[in-house]
Design a binder for this molecule. Structure first.
Ligand SMILES: [Zn+2]
Length: 114
């Protein structure tokens, strides 16, 4: 990790510019700074970077699980809509059947009693 000389944000070594402020990554300045730091500073910085990375990973995992939950909700909602549509279709079919049977019964009654 390299610390931005402008805003102090930690960036990946390969990045050509700072993620936060867009300043050009100054590899030489960053290395010089590291050599002027003492070991405790360096370790503190590494621990801070590690904590920041863990927090980023945790946030990404939370985003992923939220996306999965949203996807599952959408799937269940689509399923529910399908079931409602099928139920409505079945109701319609049943109504047609009942009307048809009633007409047949009426015709049978008319034939029998007339
Ligand atoms: Zn910066």
């Amino acid at each position: 990790m390299l610390r931005c000389t402008q805003c102090d944000t930690l960036n990946w070594v390969g990045d050509s510019q700072c993620l936060a402020c867009g300043a050009q990554a100054d590899l030489v300045a960053s290395v010089m700074k590291r050599h002027t730091q003492n070991t405790a500073d360096f370790l503190n910085e590494q621990m801070e970077a590690s904590r920041a990375l863990k927090a980023t990973e945790r946030a990404a995992a939370e985003v992923r699980s939220a996306q999965l939950i949203a996807k599952e909700h959408a799937r269940l909602e689509a399923l529910r809509q399908q079931l409602l549509a099928r139920k409505a279709e079945e109701k319609k079919l049943l109504l047609v059947l009942v009307i048809g049977m009633s007409v047949l019964l009426l015709i049978a009654l008319l034939i029998t009693f007339l």
